[in-house]
Write a protein that binds this ligand. Structure first.
Ligand code: HEM
Length: 509
């Protein structure tokens, strides 16, 4: 009897231990993070201003994987690139969605905006269409457009240097507009202003907390007369379709009269049936390149300008390198890209020092997962903090300083230098949602930076007493992307010979 009791006791004990273990495993180790409020989680702790600095502090206090909650939704912030590469990269099958947004996704974009699409067939089709335009093999075909757009940038800087804050955004906008629609962006600024408005409306609408229906999707069940927001979102959608539709149909009409017309939208029309795209999808894809490429590229260039004003010794080194390859009578071109190693390091350092999207674009988890003993639940928003990754003191000592030398490796750079821009930094994101425009961005940024440094010294403006004015890296905008607010620098032509070369080239376009 005793033996029987003992055996039964052991069996019960083993079962309980097994069950407790299983339960602990199924719950996983808690993901570290600050103490949440019992009802609203961290809703009132997460600041809207410089959110990335808040997450920087959390990583210092709690480690490289941190969890916070917003209105019941889990957000996991990754600060170690190895974790992001494992989750968003190797496990990208389940980490490549975007959080469903009723207002900005379903109604404003009619579920067609690439950046918001959940992982699945639609996303694959749209990315394939993008890839056909932006893959390294075809990027070479855009060099002439890049030369023209960057020459215009120089001319604008010569004529109105005080408006540099507008000229740098106009450079990628003009370039991508020509690539997308095969014509020049109108000088009256009408189309540029329209697309910037669409982008701004979208950024505001997709900000967490912007619309109640995104926190409580059940509100979408209410009829139209009780949901004025729905009418507003549909009107915004119509505005997008009107603009992108007009530009795309214009290309279609010109394809009849200009059979050689070569642009992204013309290619989309040619392959519409093969790619199985509706007209509206086609409009969205055509316009998305313009929207996604303009802001991102221009912000990188504005941070470059600020860095040059703050770190003149790095500007001088790059100029010496550029001068040794191109004299004052030759406008720099791509032919000797690989020789400008310091300048390439300077561009990399710009993206590292001030990533345009400090928290990248959040990914969304499609299925439960387990990682390092933690359970990550389906529906978790996963943020890779590019800011924290780029300010890891072990990887980038003195990380708040602008030091291009850190990227200079021994030996010459092999391969296409444009392909190397993303190496050693994480500014283009991770996994299957990684930026599809990075090869184009690399070459466009390169030509704009090299030509600007070739032509101008960028110097802080001086005040009434002749002292250089302060450039403040912390005075920047907030949101998904962050750009420096207008700052006081001058563009001083480096010599009369440089100006003469610019004028001569301008006469040819
Ligand atoms: C220096 C310039 C640029 C930088 C730093 C940049 C950076 C990024 C980043 C960080 C992401 C998010 C990746 C992720 O979700 O993990 C992204 C996505 C994206 N980028 Fe770029 N980008 C740049 C230029 C461009 C250009 C020129 C284009 C197009 C012509 C472009 C098109 C896109 C698109 C469509 C997405 C969304 C991809 C998706 O959701 O699947 N980008 N970019």
């Amino acid at each position: 009897m005793d033996t029987l009791n003992l055996s039964a006791g052991i069996l019960v004990a083993v079962t309980v231990i097994y069950w407790l273990n299983r339960r602990a495993r199924s719950r996983g180790l808690p993901i570290p993070g600050p103490k949440p409020h019992p009802f609203v989680g961290h809703t009132f702790q997460i600041p809207k201003i410089k959110t990335w600095k808040f997450f920087e502090k959390l990583a210092q206090e709690h480690g490289p994987i941190v969890r916070v909650t917003l209105a019941g939704d889990d957000i996991v912030v990754l600060s170690d690139p190895a974790d992001a590469e494992e989750l968003l990269g190797r496990r990208s099958r389940i980490y490549s969605s975007r959080r469903p947004l009723v207002y900005a996704g379903k109604y404003m974009s009619n579920n067609m905006r690439l950046t918001l699409l959940p992982y699945g067939d639609n996303l694959k089709r749209q990315r394939a269409a993008f890839h056909s335009m932006l893959q390294p093999r075809v990027i070479g075909g855009y060099e002439d457009m890049q030369y023209t757009a960057s020459l215009r940038l120089l001319c604008d800087l010569v004529r109105k240097p005080e408006e540099f804050y507008l000229h740098f955004p106009r450079f990628p906008a003009g370039l991508i507009f020509t690539m997308s629609f095969g014509s020049r962006l109108a000088d009256d600024g009408r189309d540029l202003a329209a697309v910037q408005k669409i982008l701004m409306d979208f950024v505001i609408a997709s900000n967490p907390g912007a619309h109640l229906v995104d926190s409580f999707p059940i509100l979408d069940k209410l009829p139209d007369f009780l949901s004025p927001w729905r009418h507003e979102a549909r009107a915004a959608h119509q505005e997008i379709i009107d603009l992108y539709g007009r530009l795309s149909r214009d290309v279609k009409a010109r394809m009849v009269t200009e059979p050689e017309l070569e642009c992204f939208t013309a290619r989309l029309w040619e392959n519409q049936a093969k790619m199985n795209l509706s007209d509206e999808e086609l409009y969205f894809i055509a316009g998305s390149a313009f929207a996604a490429g303009t802001d991102t590229s221009s912000i990188t260039l504005l941070w470059f300008v600020m860095a040059m004003g703050l770190y003149p010794e790095t500007m001088k080194k790059a100029q010496e390198e550029i001068d040794a390859v191109f004299g004052s009578d030759t406008l720099p071109n791509f032919s000797r890209m690989q020789e400008l190693r310091y300048t390439m390091a300077l561009i990399k350092e710009t993206i590292r020092w001030s990533p345009i999207a400090p928290l990248s674009f959040p990914h969304y988890l499609d299925a439960d997962d387990e990682y390092k003993g933690h359970i990550l639940k389906k529906g978790t928003t996963v943020i890779s903090s590019l800011w924290n990754m780029h300010h890891d003191e072990e990887e980038y000592p003195n990380s708040y300083s602008f030091i291009p030398e850190r990227f200079l490796q021994k030996g010459p750079t092999e391969g296409d230098a444009a392909d190397k821009l993303g190496e050693g930094i994480f500014g283009f994101g991770f996994g299957r949602r990684q930026c599809p425009g990075q090869h184009l961005a690399a070459k466009s940024t390169w030509i704009a930076v090299v030509r600007t440094l070739w032509a101008f010294n960028i110097v802080p403006k001086t005040d009434a007493s002749g002292n250089p004015m302060k450039l403040d890296v912390d005075d920047c905008t907030n949101g998904l992307t962050s750009r420096p607010k207008p700052f006081p620098v001058d563009f001083v032509p480096r010599s009369a010979a440089h100006l003469e070369t610019i004028r001569a080239e301008e006469a040819r376009i």
